[in-house]
Write a protein that binds this ligand. Structure first.
Ligand code: WT7
Length: 689
């Protein structure tokens, strides 16, 4: 590998390397401050694209040393995790067992210990005299502010926990949560955790039919939702839609309805005996709900995620190991100091990022966070940066797709605001392209802030591969190295270790926050993750490259999963939604590279009978998919196909469809039943790209 000198924004480097002064000279924009005097940012970014490695910014002062962790984890990973679990978590009954690996892949951690997760996130901070600290600076879409302290959140959580108990919820019961980004969503999750109920949060952007599916398969007893939702000045009734879709679920005994922020003029249907207003439930409930210690392996939540079949996977996490992962990684990766940092993760709580890095990780660490209800472009495209300035956010965590959207809008929006409070930046969800990395670094981070590109999954519970802010030299596009106690490796197709080059990403040792199973489906759990290379090798589903410095470069999914704006969708799930439409005979869905969203969905559709593919059918199909799954699953492009490429055994060859969608030379077509199908499709796509 060729060696490139690191880029230090504050230092002058001779020999044509880009330095802060060079940046200033060419653009008038200082790499150190990021403030621009001219608009020639493009040239700066182009110039920096050849820089391969960036040392931590010179002025950055790391607060949490990690060298000892690395050494301890390398010497004895179990002893390292046990020490971390004792130091970072508060136990009612201390554990004596650490890892039990006698029945792989069904691992347990700290199994004879007991603790209450909500007590770790709330009570212990209040008892230590920090109840007045703000847990969430909530910011509503119409500019509303609400500061929720740790004491406030504890009070609300206890009342709601008592309310849930009064509705008959018991430890082990499943409670669905379908809420927007409001503080009640954190209280709902914590109230479940307090009494040992298993929460099942569904992303607020999903369609009610997706909520139904997730409630049905998990036998949810109670659903906590909202009267109506607002988005960019528009309102949509939620409760009425939920009723229409879920009203007949036999296991669903109660629906708790939060009065969401803003005016809600809609008529909210309430069914006597089944439905109850959140505020009335709380008012009637007692203020104290003791936090009883639960076994470390008590199930904490299910979160549905897309896999390679149409049926979403109910990923199950348990209490102690999960909380340890979220707690340890947040402070270590982001160098978080709860006493001084103001942290903001822009994700939605309906994704694992929201679970681990909006709710559990931040609260367990006792940090002050921002929670934002709205969209990044409402009321204007500078709202994120306005919020960073107003709350003096120090640590900001978002997705590459959001950064690319900001690039499209232009640097004038962040440039309107003072972003000098920022000290660490993070990304998650998909590989970040170097140009977006550089823009983030210069325009948002002012060249001062380390960027942590965090690789992980719903299944892993917490970050596994990432730079440590201010410690790890970063290479734009690489998630760099594993965290202490984590052992990723690359394998070839036939299972041999790859020490440099491309391979299948696996994790070879269990870690505390790993999923424990797929809800009520141990068989699928083993098949999906632990069958290819045996029961002790976790198969991630991503391909990756390992460079000579031992840095991991995530390439992308190797299963039939599409990553749209960092959100996982299964090709099978979208296909089954499309074929459910009466006009459709057959459909095949593939991903196409997309500058904005990473990947975009392309659907090849064969219509039934004499139906003709026109703009009206196309619009109808897109709307149909939005209704069945959610807006983000709508195909970007629909190609009407007379026939789909199939092997002699009838299997659709998606590889060829990807070639067509991305305008590549077609791969081998000789195994097709009818090779002429491909030339017809290629001609069609070329005619209307
Ligand atoms: C898949 C997991 C973890 C929260 C967000 C997504 C991709 C995730 C990165 C990254 C490259 C990434 C992988 C992974 N991914 N982070 N930093 N660089 N790819 O969680 O929905 O479970 O998706 O997202 O393909 O397998 P998820």
């Amino acid at each position: 590998m060729s060696h490139h000198p690191p880029f230090r924004p504050d230092s002058v480097r001779p020999g044509g390397t880009v330095t802060d002064q060079a940046v200033r000279a060419t653009t008038g924009r200082s790499a150190t401050t990021g403030r621009s005097a001219t608009t020639d940012l493009e040239a700066t970014l182009e110039g920096l694209l050849s820089v391969e490695s960036f040392d931590p910014p010179a002025g950055f002062v790391r607060r949490r040393p990690v060298d000892a962790d690395r050494a301890a984890a390398a010497a004895d990973p179990q002893a390292f995790w046990a020490a971390a679990a004792r130091e970072l978590l508060t136990w009612d009954t201390p554990f004596t067992q650490v890892l039990d690996d006698t029945n792989p892949p069904f691992y347990t951690w700290f199994a004879d210990g007991e603790l209450n997760l909500s007590a770790n996130c709330l009570d212990r901070h209040v008892e230590a005299g920090r109840g007045g600290r703000v847990a969430f600076h909530w910011r509503g879409e119409e500019g509303e502010h609400r500061d929720v302290t740790y004491a406030d959140l504890l009070a609300e959580t206890q009342r709601l926990a008592n309310g849930l108990l009064s509705l008959g919820v018991r430890a082990g019961d499943v409670v669905g949560i379908f809420l927007p980004m409001i503080p009640e969503v954190a209280a709902a999750m914590l109230a479940c955790a307090r009494i040992g109920a298993v929460h099942n949060v569904v992303f607020g952007g999903f369609a009610p039919s997706a909520v139904r599916e997730r409630m049905e398969v998990s036998d949810a007893k109670v659903l906590i939702t909202v009267d109506g939702a607002r988005r960019k000045g528009r309102r949509a009734p939620v409760k009425a839609a939920v009723d229409a879709e879920l009203g007949d679920l036999p296991a669903l005994e109660h629906i708790v309805v939060v009065r969401g922020p803003g005016e809600n003029a809609d008529e909210v249907p309430m069914t006597a005996g089944r439905d109850v207003w959140y505020d009335e439930l709380l008012a009637a409930a007692g203020p104290v709900c003791p936090a009883v210690g639960l076994p470390a392996e008590h199930p904490l939540f299910i979160l549905y995620s897309s896999g390679s079949t149409a049926k979403p996977k109910g990923i199950l996490h348990t209490t102690a190991g999960y909380l340890l992962g979220a707690t340890y990684t947040l402070r270590t990766v982001f160098d978080l100091d709860p006493a001084t940092d103001v942290y903001w993760c822009s994700a939605d709580v309906g994704w694992i990022t929201g679970h681990s890095y909006i709710v559990y990780g931040p609260l367990s660490n006792g940090v002050t966070s921002v929670m934002f209800e709205g969209a990044p472009d409402y009321p204007d495209h500078d709202i994120w940066w306005r919020i960073v300035e107003e709350y003096k956010v120090t640590v900001f965590y978002t997705a590459p797709t959001a950064i690319r959207t900001c690039i499209k809008w232009g640097a004038q929006y962040p440039d309107r605001h003072d972003l000098s409070s920022l000290r660490v930046l993070g990304t998650v969800g998909e590989p970040i392209n170097p140009k977006a990395w550089l823009w983030y670094h210069l325009v948002i981070g002012g060249g001062r802030c380390p960027i942590v590109d965090t690789w992980w999954q719903t299944e892993t519970g917490s970050v596994l591969i990432s730079p440590l802010a201010g410690v790890t030299p970063t290479k734009p596009g690489s998630a760099t190295r594993p965290l202490p106690g984590i052992s990723p490796a690359l394998l070839s197709e036939d299972g041999r270790p790859v020490t440099e080059g491309t391979g299948i990403l696996v994790i070879t040792q269990p870690w505390p926050s790993m999923l424990r199973t797929l809800y009520k489906d141990d068989k699928r759990f083993v098949e999906t993750y632990f069958s290819r290379f045996g029961p002790t090798t976790y198969v991630v589903g991503d391909a990756a490259r390992l460079d000579a410095d031992g840095y991991f470069w995530i390439i992308g999914r190797i299963d039939d999963v599409i990553n749209v704006s960092g959100h996982r969708l299964s090709t099978a799930e979208v296909e089954s939604a499309i074929v459910a439409h009466e006009a459709v005979a057959e459909a095949a869905v593939v991903a196409q590279a997309d500058e904005q969203t990473g990947q975009a969905i392309v659907a090849f559709v064969t219509l039934a009978g004499e139906r003709v593919g026109d703009a009206a059918v196309e619009a109808e199909l897109r709307e149909h998919v939005a209704r069945r799954i959610g807006k983000l699953a709508r195909p970007r492009r629909i190609v009407w196909a007379d026939d789909l490429p199939k092997t002699r055994s009838g299997k659709i060859m998606r590889r060829l469809l990807r070639d067509v969608a991305e305008g590549r030379e077609l791969g081998d077509v000789t195994t097709l039943r009818d090779p002429a199908v491909m030339s017809a499709l290629a001609a069609k796509v070329a005619a209307a790209p």
